[in-house]
Design a protein around this ligand. Structure first.
Ligand SMILES: CNS(=O)(=O)c1c(F)c(F)c(SCCO)c(F)c1F
Ligand SMILES: [Zn+2]
Length: 261
């Protein structure tokens, strides 16, 4: 009985409900970005990023991904410009990845998939009083997506990779006090932007997506460090944390804009 109930609970794991679409959803994420269908918008400004490394708090394994949380009680780590009308505060960043290098990202570009994708999640302190409230607000969130590709060792990421064994199991946490996520940004300023949703429950359609055109490079050992994390808590039958991405969702009546011609 315990085994079957585990399987049932397992099947109900939020990520395997990813076919669960918000009923009547018209702006779900992720999507396949067709480069030639994206529309260059000369009014899009450069994205301005000001992260304060001292706002980094801790890393934890939430059973979907590992997340690095930031102190968002003031406008210390913020983004502005780009398609945004005001500044947004950094709340957390996390990744999505595959069991092997052939897949793992949530978004695709001309059907090309990457081994992993970084999401930096920000919320609008002008229209919301908290992150939790912003999740439910139209355009309450901005998520910057950065593709990871297999290549050179990423020195900035290594500090994060070295902390992962401490958060192997679901609901474990480790202090992570000074980290500047700007080191995970590609130097190329080009991005696509479109209106979408969270890709994990509650799947709310509250996200302005900013997807960087150029991937960052990480090496094989760094990707494999992600794959040694577990979906499961200590004492449970181990399930490797891999393939924590949502399948592609229909574009419907949306246009993807590019910041570059
Ligand atoms: C953008 N990636 S995402 O949809 O997978 C995602 C996520 F994984 C998160 F954990 C959170 S935090 C509060 C909701 O759980 C979030 F806002 C997200 F947008
Ligand atoms: Zn995400």
């Amino acid at each position: 009985a315990a085994c079957s109930s585990f399987r049932l609970r397992d099947a109900l794991h939020p990520l395997w409900q990813s076919e669960l679409s918000v009923s009547g959803g018209t702006r779900q994420s992720p999507i396949n970005i067709q480069w030639r269908d994206s529309v260059y918008d000369p009014h899009l400004k450069p994205l301005k990023i000001h992260y304060d490394p001292a706002t980094c708090l801790y890393i934890w394994n939430n059973g979907y991904s590992f997340q690095v949380e930031f102190d968002d009680s003031a406008d210390k780590s913020v983004i502005m410009g780009g398609p945004l009308e005001n500044h947004y505060r950094l709340k957390q960043f996390h990744f999505h990845w595959g069991a092997i290098n052939e897949w793992g990202s949530e978004h695709m570009v001309d059907s090309k998939v990457f081994p992993a994708e970084l999401h930096l999640v920000h919320w609008n302190p002008v229209t919301s009083t908290s992150f939790e409230e912003a999740i439910m607000e139209n355009n309450g969130l901005v998520v910057i997506g950065v593709f990871l590709k297999l290549g050179a060792h990423h020195a900035g990421l290594q500090k994060l990779v070295d902390a992962l064994p401490a958060v192997k199991h679901k609901d474990t946490i480790v202090e992570f006090d000074v980290f500047d996520p700007s080191c995970l940004m590609p130097s190329c300023p080009d991005y696509w932007t479109y209106d979408g949703s969270l890709t994990t429950p509650p799947l709310t359609e509250s996200v302005t997506w900013i997807i960087k055109k150029t991937p960052i490079e990480v090496d094989q050992n760094q990707l494999e460090a992600f794959r040694m994390l577990l979906f499961t808590s200590a004492g449970e039958e181990e399930k490797r944390m891999v393939d924590n991405f949502r399948p592609l969702q229909p574009l419907m009546n949306r246009t993807v804009r590019s910041s570059f011609p």
